[in-house]
Design a protein around this ligand. Structure first.
Ligand code: NDP
Length: 465
């Protein structure tokens, strides 16, 4: 089928859908030996790394050098090493298990039964279009009100309860994260929700890590990806920060402006996520990533423990920022947020209105594309080439990275590793994602993607990358 009619906005693309093997797209099928080795390392080292970060903050005021020196010293014999680890790691406690599993159960109930709007996901490679309960903002508000009111009215717990049990909660979160990974792998292999959207790479370890199922569900509405990312992960994010702020108040008698600034910046990001939860259904996490260790364990452990490291840092190292510095950091974070939100909105709007929108005061420019789902159906889509999407192919990531910088700078201007850890991590994650996305979109859109890359040649920052 050739494309004969085109509007003036559509570039000339001579090749056709039929002439290009648009057969399969979605997660990578072939896994190289190097990828497999990296996968094994990440499976084993990620929990160790999170434990190490917790230990550094809890026992070494968030220094990362001294614990390495001590670990090296303790490794002279297996007995001293085990004694060191046993002394430093948090205990398993029934209190933490009750808090953690009670919290997750509460979130499951809220997710399934609290009144909700219904959102629509992106078309999957097999052609499914799923519906989602998107009640995150309401649940976030109710959860925070209950947490604060429960403490103030009953006096049964302090709002620093999360900080007080932070180490043992990490063990509980790991238990759930590991169980979830095993469950996701078994479910993907033996009773998947949509068998035609499962992907097997040929490497069991890679499948455990990246997942087999695209959209595992129980029943019609319990969606593992949306639930675990949003609820134990992102609702918890602001609660954790808040709990560290209260702990700081209990420790010092006041809350530093750095802690307040960090809470504001993180809360903006979190509230944005829930306010635009419907938009989130069309991001890579939900639309394209499969559910395995990466998302399952990552949402239970990695996200709450590494994304909140800065509030742990400020709790251990209280710093007060000068007010001009406070304003500068807030401004950088706000500019980052402006780019992040507007870039993401532009992409969403142009597709929602089939290109009939104005961007930066001019009619949107875009490429009309076609792609094929594995049921053989041909579909149409749009790749925006103006606004932020005309500057580079992932300018939304620049906004995110500016925000990440502002989170780190909130911890003060002394150079330390932990405050900027999140910036480094996000840079690696997003650059890797650019390459992953490039391969997936190339497979999905073929010549249309090539045309898009011709029109928007830079991946992230014009003239640099
Ligand atoms: P994008 O929102 O950039 O989505 C990429 C997808 O959008 C592509 O796969 C393609 O999907 C579609 N697309 C690509 N180019 C265009 C275009 N020109 N016009 C229209 N559609 C296009 O990526 P992410 O999902 O990774 O990121 C979403 C946001 O979340 C970002 O702002 C990012 O910074 C943030 N993020 C935050 C993370 C965190 O942990 N805090 C982690 C990752 C991301 P298709 O065509 O198949 O629909």
């Amino acid at each position: 089928m050739s494309i004969k009619k085109r509007s003036p906005k559509i570039p000339l693309i001579k090749k056709t859908v039929d002439s290009k093997p648009f057969t399969t797209w979605g997660r990578a099928h072939y896994v190289s030996l190097i990828t497999e080795l990296i996968t094994i390392s990440l499976l084993f080292l990620s929990p160790v790394w999170v434990g190490f970060l917790w230990m550094s903050c809890t026992h070494y005021q968030c220094s990362v050098v001294q614990p390495v020196v001590d670990l090296y010293g303790a490794s002279s014999s297996i007995n001293t090493f085990i004694a060191f680890i046993t002394e430093k790691l948090p205990p398993v406690t029934s209190t933490a298990n009750k808090i953690y599993f009670g919290w997750v159960a509460f979130q499951v109930i809220m997710y399934l039964y609290w009144p909700s709007k219904i959102g629509t996901g992106q078309q999957t490679p097999a052609g499914h279009v799923l519906k989602y309960r998107v009640n995150g903002l309401r649940v976030w508000i109710v959860t925070h009100i209950l947490f604060i009111a429960g403490s103030l009215i009953t006096g049964a717990y302090s709002m620093s309860i999360i900080q007080q049990n932070w180490g043992s909660l990490m063990i509980s979160a790991n238990i759930l994260g590991m169980l979830l990974t095993a469950f996701a792998y078994i479910k993907g292999n033996y009773f998947p929700t949509h068998p035609d959207d499962c992907k097997h790479s040929g490497s069991k370890l890679y499948d455990i890590f990246m997942g087999v199922e695209l959209n595992p569900r129980i029943g019609e509405w319990f969606d593992f990806k949306l639930f675990f990312n949003g609820r134990p992960g992102i609702v918890a994010w602001t609660l954790i920060n808040f709990s560290f702020a209260v702990a700081q108040y209990e420790q010092l008698g006041y809350v530093t402006n750095s802690m307040i600034l960090l809470n504001i910046l993180h809360a903006t990001y979190v509230l944005d996520f829930f306010y635009f939860e419907d938009w989130y259904l069309r991001t890579i996490d939900i639309a394209h990533d499969h559910f395995g260790f990466y998302l399952g364990w990552g949402d239970c452990v990695w996200l709450p423990y590494t994304y909140t490291l800065q509030s742990h840092y400020i709790y251990r190292n209280p710093v007060s920022l000068s007010w001009p510095m406070f304003v500068v950091i807030l401004s950088i974070g706000s500019v980052g947020y402006y780019i992040f939100r507007n870039a993401n909105n532009q992409k969403d709007l142009v597709r929602k209105h089939d290109g009939n929108v104005s961007i930066w005061g001019k009619p949107a420019r875009f490429i009309r594309t076609k792609y094929v789902t594995s049921d053989g159906e041909i579909h149409n889509s749009i790749l925006l080439t103006s606004g932020f999407w005309g500057i580079s192919r992932h300018f939304n990531y620049v906004g995110d990275l500016l925000m990440c910088f502002s989170f780190g700078a909130s911890c003060g201007l002394q150079f330390d590793v932990i405050p900027y850890y999140y910036l480094v991590y996000m840079t690696i994650l997003l650059v890797h994602r650019i390459y992953r996305d490039q391969a997936r979109c190339r497979a999905k859109y073929g010549v249309y993607w090539d045309e898009y890359c011709n029109q928007v040649p830079y991946k992230l920052i014009p003239y640099i990358f």
